[in-house]
Every structure is written in structure tokens, then in C-alpha cells.
Design a protein around this ligand. Structure first.
Ligand SMILES: [Zn+2]
Ligand SMILES: [Zn+2]
Length: 254
């Protein structure tokens, strides 16, 4: 089976294409399911911004648009409606209520920001480098424990800050991976990061995941319809991850 649960839309302000073009591209390339998981809106503090996410006021239109495509193409592809969200401890009640009230199929754990949505706290370009992985680890583990998320997207996002692997990263990474294993939460091998050489997926991190025996999902993290065409890379990545010792899930039940 061929599925992608990590798909964005123009509403996040850094993606392109019409919602329907993503669906048509997925059908054309033989996908059995397509999950939309655009960057989640959050209630924001005054010092936060929504530059890389939809506005809260856009959510209903997002849902309606994807829902109509789900109906329109139901004989050709299974479509899911989700979001990609951080763990923001002071707003998790809001998120869990929102997920229930809006009847979302799932939420991906894309932990971009540490406690507040501010540039210096972006884990891909963390200002206080020394603390980046430690803060990432602490908050990711707390987030995983909420049970709110389907899988951990780009689990090695912090490598975008560091770029070079250090031996001392092993211990905190093993802690994250072991919690994923215990809670049976898959981790995502992120192909957008791979294609754009963003520092992740990081081979050393994935070797550790192989040792722990984590479950993995391959995510295209599509920000344009044409990002759904790289089926060969999906197939090659499945082989690579299996060789490392991971269990690759081609399809998720939720
Ligand atoms: Zn994005
Ligand atoms: Zn992300």
C-alpha cells in the first residue's frame, strides 16, 4: 500500500497548489490514501505569529474543502483530514478539545517550537544551540505522553540546527526513541528534509532507531502537489529502513 499522511495546503503560507491538485497528483501516482495535515492553528499570545500556519479563522474552510474532495474522489482514494501540531503545554486542553469538536482523523506531532511560537524557539534554527536537543527531548517526551498524536513527524528536526552529528546526541536521542517504542508511536522518515538536505533525516539518528526497533512511517511532507510524485524514493527508503532494523508501516489504522 502507498499512503502519505503528511500533506500541507496553501493556507500555511509556505505551500503551493490547489487542494484538488494534491489529490489528483496522489491518484496519478498510485496512492491508496492521502492524509492532509496542514500546520495547525493555535490560539496565540501577543508575542507569537502565524506566519507558517493557517489562521484559526481558516480552519472551517480547510475542513470543508478537504471533506468535499474526500467525497468527490472516494472511489479512487481514501482521504483523511488532520493537522500537524506542536506540543504547547499550556494549550493542550485547547488542542484536544479542538480535535474532538472538529472531528479530525488525526494529529501529527510536528514539534517545531519550544513552548512558544517564536523564531528563536524554532527547533530547526534554535538560538541557544547548546540547549536545543535537551529542550527538544524534554518537550517531545512530554508531548508523546499525551497520547494526542498519530506519529512523530521529522523526529530528528533538531539536526537542522546542528547539521553535524555529535556522539553526545546519542543518549537524548535514545531516550526519545525508547519512549516512542514503549508508547508504540511510529516515527517519520521525512522525505522533504531528505530532498532539501535540511540536516534530517540524519543517518546516525536512524541507526539508533534501528537498534531500538522503532516503527517507522515514510512521510513526503508535501508542500506542493508535485512533491507527491517521488514514489521511487518512498520505495527505496522502505528498503533502507528495513535494513537498519526498523519496522516500516505502509499504512496506519486510526
Ligand atoms: Zn511546512
Ligand atoms: Zn513539520
Amino acid at each position: 500500500m502507498l499512503c502519505n499522511y503528511h500533506t500541507h495546503t496553501v493556507r500555511c503560507k509556505h505551500a503551493s497548489g490547489k487542494d484538488e491538485e494534491y489529490v489528483l497528483e496522489a491518484i496519478k501516482n498510485g496512492f491508496d490514501c492521502l492524509g492532509f495535515s496542514d500546520h495547525s492553528p493555535w490560539p496565540l499570545y501577543e508575542d507569537e505569529n502565524s506566519r507558517i500556519r493557517m489562521e484559526l479563522s481558516e480552519f472551517d474552510e480547510y475542513y470543508k474543502s478537504i471533506h468535499s474532495l474526500k467525497e468527490k474522489y472516494k472511489d479512487q482514494i481514501k482521504i483523511y483530514i488532520g493537522l500537524e501540531c506542536e506540543f504547547l503545554e499550556d494549550r493542550m486542553d485547547w488542542l484536544l478539545n479542538f480535535k474532538k469538536e472538529k472531528k479530525l482523523d488525526y494529529i501529527l506531532f510536528g514539534h517545531h517550537f519550544d513552548s512558544r511560537i517564536r523564531n528563536e524557539l524554532y527547533f530547526g534554527h534554535y538560538k541557544n544551540q547548546e540547549n536545543c536537543l535537551e529542550r527538544y527531548k524534554e518537550t517531545v517526551i512530554k508531548g508523546l505522553s499525551t497520547g494526542a498524536y498519530l506519529y512523530l513527524a521529522h523526529p530528528d528536526l533538531f539536526m537542522k540546527t546542528y547539521r553535524e552529528w555529535k556522539k553526545e546526541f546519542e543518549k537524548p536521542c535514545l531516550e526519545i526513541l525508547k519512549v516512542c517504542k514503549e508508547l508504540d508511536i511510529p516515527i517519520e522518515y521525512n522525505l522533504a528534509g531528505l530532498i532539501t538536505r535540511s540536516g534530517y533525516p540524519c543517518d546516525e539518528f536512524w541507526k539508533l532507531a534501528g537498534q531500538v526497533g522503532n516503527k517507522a512511517v515514510i512521510g513526503l511532507d508535501a508542500h506542493a502537489p508535485e512533491h507527491l510524485c517521488d514514489v521511487n524514493l518512498v520505495l527505496e527508503s522502505r528498503v533502507k529502513l528495513k535494513q537498519l532494523g526498523l519496522e516500516v508501516l505502509n499504512h496506519l489504522d486510526f
